[in-house]
Write a protein that binds this ligand. Structure first.
Ligand code: OGA
Ligand code: ZN
Ligand code: ZN
Length: 371
């Protein structure tokens, strides 16, 4: 994207883009982003001045020269903003200042083509690794096939893009039937759709589940796109969505060694009203506090959301086979399982990791792909 003209209007530099769009940039944001070597450390690109130092600087002249924006400032400084900067400013206008997201919402139709990757390829081939992580970023999950079923391998899968988040459940936790189950996960009961560990602060953003053995009948994995359910609620019952985003719920967990609690709303929205997180967990959820009217409203809204995620048009289900790892965004994709028979064995191992590392690895791989 290039610009054909630039003018100063008070505190604002106005850019006329070739495609007719107009970009308004405040003098402070403009000077604060000066890329020159006096303003930015040449190697790290980090800012060399403290922003309050530019409080009073004003532009004297602005023009376009050879595709770049050139600004002369009254304090004698000169800034040159290249076409890549102009491109980003133009994009910010369309996105209301919010970076576009990779998110692609899905429902039951995704069952026709589940996002899958081969472990061997993902380990050895950066393009395959990129495709796998891109699926997790866009769809909120992906299945890796052919992962060795050795104890603890799920942690090595997390390390393909980031670091394991250790919790009081350990570095890696087991999901299998236990007679002394401290958690419903360690029984053969069904688990309704949920996000894990809403009682933590911060909540783990990525979860991996690795199937080591499964010859029990049942125990299918069920997933639903929580962001899509929120978008649907926004369209059909905006009032219900507002209630779910406003009222905090206490989630808690306790066992012999831990006592965890966090107060969070069921849905977190960003400033544009788009979902950025869901916290749904029937096992650890408290109840809303407030007037009976408000509480009643909350339950109506909560049930609407649950009806949405658990409707057949929203859910997919599949069987994790030994050697499968499902990696998912724990704040977006709700997961659950059907109950299974006490006969036979079913053993999963899981671990948590962080979204920021996943996005970072993906961005570095994108860099390689762009070359
Ligand atoms: C859990 C869980 C899924 C499964 O332990 O939180 O969601 O398939 N387990 O057992
Ligand atoms: Zn500068
Ligand atoms: Zn879970």
């Amino acid at each position: 994207m290039s610009a054909r003209g630039a003018q100063i209007a008070g505190d604002v530099v106005v850019l006329d883009l070739d495609d007719g769009r107009v970009v308004h940039t405040h003098r402070l944001a403009l000077r604060d982003s000066c890329p020159c070597p006096d303003c930015r450390h040449p190697l790290s690109g980090q800012r060399l001045f403290d922003s309050p130092a530019i409080r009073d600087v004003r532009p004297e002249a602005a023009r376009i020269d050879d595709g770049a924006l050139i600004v002369n400032w009254r304090d004698g400084h000169r800034s040159v903003y290249g076409s890549d900067w102009i491109e980003r400013e133009a994009a910010a206008v369309d996105d209301h200042g919010y970076p576009p997201r990779r998110v692609a919402l899905w429902g039951a139709e995704l069952a026709k083509g589940l996002p899958r990757a081969e472990y061997g390829a993902v380990v050895s081939d950066p393009a395959a690794r990129r495709a796998w992580l891109d699926d997790v970023a866009r769809l909120g999950f992906a299945i890796l096939k052919g992962v060795p079923t050795d104890d603890g391998t799920v942690a090595s899968v997390a390390e393909l893009f980031g670091h394991v988040r250790v919790t009081n459940y350990g570095r890696v936790f087991d999901v299998r039937v236990r007679v002394d189950a401290a958690n419903l996960a360690d029984t053969s009961l069904a688990l309704s759709l949920h996000t894990d560990n809403p009682y933590r602060d911060p909540v783990p953003t990525v979860q991996l589940l690795h199937c080591l053995s499964s010859d029990a009948e049942g125990g299918e994995t069920v997933l639903a796109d929580g962001f899509r359910a929120v978008e649907q609620l926004a369209a059909t019952s905006p009032r219900a969505l507002a209630v779910l985003a406003e009222i905090p719920i206490r989630f808690s967990y306790r066992d012999q060694d831990a006592e965890l609690a966090a107060d969070v709303p069921i849905v977190t929205l960003d400033a544009l009203g788009r979902p950025s997180a869901l916290h749904v967990n029937n096992r650890s959820k408290g109840v809303p506090v407030g007037s009976p009217e408000r509480v009643g409203e909350w339950y109506d809204a909560y049930f609407l959301l649950l009806d949405e995620v658990s409707s057949p048009r929203a859910k997919i289900s599949f069987r994790l086979e030994p050697g499968d790892v499902v990696t998912f965004d724990n704040l977006r994709v709700l997961h659950g399982r059907t109950g299974f028979s006490g006969e036979g064995h079913r053993r999963l191992q899981g671990c948590y990791a962080d979204r920021d590392a996943l996005y970072s690895t993906l961005a570095v791989l994108d860099r390689g792909a762009a070359r």
